[in-house]
Ligand binder design. Sequence first.
Ligand SMILES: [Zn+2]
Length: 145
Amino acid sequence: MSWEDLIRRRDGYEKLLDRVMSELPETVGKRGDRAIILNPILIHEARRTIITNFKDLAEKLNRDPRHLARFIFKESGKPGVLDNERLMIQGKLSNDELRRLLKLYVKEFVKCPLCGGFDTKIVAEKRLRFLVCEVCGAKNPVRKI
Ligand SMILES: [Zn+2]
């Protein structure tokens, strides 16, 4: 066996060890009577983190995956790319850190601050962005990301 084979074998083994999946689904809120459960699946490789069900997470929150991706890049300070269903992040983002970011995102860009509802949308008006609640009609400015 060559050195290259040995290194390849070792890398494969490390990848296996680093594979971390979150096992505890977490309810972040409700839309109507349905609970919104976010259960991110993370894979840690040597120099990057992959969220394999990223698009699904964004869809559960009824948000554009590109918007959620920009938020995560900005708040974590780590660059990355959106690749169909997956989000690839350079560097290591822990499961706890991701959950913390998802909660912050929900608080700022999904949950209505007035009634707590999740039936909301982000509306652009000129250069401004608003979180508009489809239940109570509240309209609150949000930052552009
Ligand atoms: Zn509301």
